[in-house]
Design a protein around this ligand. Structure first.
Ligand code: KIV
Ligand code: ZN
Length: 389
């Protein structure tokens, strides 16, 4: 059923690392790059080599150790940037230069004080120049999400003619709605005559919480690469979450898509990135949050205990998470309480649980979560005839 591979372009070490407080040292960058390769990402965007000597060195070091993935360096559409990126990527087995320029009228006027024709010329020059160093050149049209569609199509056609192997369509400000982003990709697929000579890539930011939905809309309409980060780290509200798009593609076989990501590495790498980048993951984060497989309300707990599939669409072990948790709170029911007592080694009948349940609710109303020690105390107080397990 799965026919089309979606290339996973990880930019945790570039767009993710731009986040204040997430700066990595050279050793940390290498450790994460190796973990990303092990995860199965196709492309690692290792940094922006011209931005600092440290970043140059990191891209250079990562290029030396990565064996299978493509290593990519970011540049602006500036000759010096491209030369520096090419030098940093010299030892890479599969080097890619990622160059580009703003293509929305807002960026053209207020960032570059320029016009569409000049920007088009600079885009073509940058790609042509980058191709003199490497065979694999990705072009990004910054703020493509808000760019004029006909102009964007002209740019895409021109950069592919100049040798771009991948064309990135960033929704830099996270502005698009999913159907708009999908239609943008579909328009390019249908209106750029040489589009079959390159891969279109989705690079979506999360300012409206739509990065994942937009990336999926992009690949449903013909894009074949997603740019994303572990835990959705990135500028402002972040980038597309790698773990989310990978699991959406895996769960929805009817999309006819697949990735080469080893899903059981998703939670371990999420923890590694969170610790190394000092950026904790919100508990309710899809796939990798600490509550992603926790059940706390009575209705859900009862249904989950009867059949896990009632309330879980992914098995935790599939994504390398700890096993599902039943959290005992004031919203929990008798089924969950009986289950936990059983796990602790007690065997109360229905009446026994009924008696304990009232006492449990009193504790639960005071405490946020009722733990095993609380339960043992409840058992001892309410059923002194039962030996403590
Ligand atoms: O968000 C963006 O437009 C970018 C580009 C530099 C690819 O990160
Ligand atoms: Zn970005």
């Amino acid at each position: 059923m799965a026919q089309h591979k979606i290339f996973i372009f990880d930019t945790t070490l570039r767009d993710g690392e731009q986040v204040p407080g997430c700066k990595l040292n050279a050793g940390e960058k290498i450790e994460l790059a190796l973990a990303l390769e092990n995860l199965g990402v196709d492309i690692i965007e290792a940094g922006f080599p011209v931005s600092s000597p440290g970043d140059f060195e990191s891209v250079e070091n990562i290029s030396k150790v990565i064996k299978n993935a493509t290593v990519c360096g970011l540049t602006r559409a500036i000759k010096k940037d491209i030369e520096v990126a090419a030098a940093a990527l010299k030892k890479a087995k599969r080097p890619r230069i990622h160059t580009g320029i703003g293509v929305s009228d807002l960026h053209i006027k207020t960032k570059f004080n320029s016009n569409r024709d000049e920007i088009l010329e600079r885009a073509v020059e940058a790609v042509t120049y980058a191709r003199t160093f490497v065979d694999d050149v990705e072009f990004y049209g910054e703020d493509a999400g808000r760019a004029d569609l006909e102009f964007l199509a002209r740019v895409v056609e021109a950069v592919i003619k100049a040798g771009a192997t991948v064309v990135n369509i960033p929704d830099t400000t996270g502005y698009c709605l999913p159907h708009q982003y999908g239609e943008k990709i579909a328009y390019l697929i249908n209106n750029v005559p040489n589009v079959d000579k390159a891969i279109l890539s989705c690079h979506c930011h999360n300012d409206l919480g739509l990065a994942t939905a937009n990336s999926i809309a992009g690949v449903m309409n013909g894009a074949r690469q997603i740019e994303c980060t572990i835990n959705g780290l990135g500028e402002r509200a972040g980038n597309t979450s790698l773990e989310e798009v990978v699991m959406i593609i895996k769960q929805h076989e009817s999309l006819g898509l697949y990735t080469d990501i080893k899903a059981d590495q998703l939670n371990p790498i999420s923890r590694l990135v969170a610790d190394t980048m000092r950026m904790p993951v919100q508990p309710n984060k899809a796939i990798v949050g600490s509550n992603a497989f926790a059940h706390s309300s009575g209705i859900h707990q009862d249904g989950f205990l009867k059949n896990a599939e009632n309330y879980e669409i992914i098995r935790p072990e599939e994504v390398g998470a700890d096993s599902s948790k039943i959290v005992l709170t004031a919203r929990s029911g008798r089924a969950a309480l009986a289950h936990r007592f059983q796990k602790l080694g007690y065997n109360f009948d229905r009446d026994g649980i009924d008696k304990l349940y009232q006492a449990f609710l009193k504790v639960a109303d005071v405490k946020k979560e009722v733990g095993d020690e609380d339960l043992k105390a409840l058992a001892a107080n309410n059923h002194p005839e039962v030996a403590i397990a």
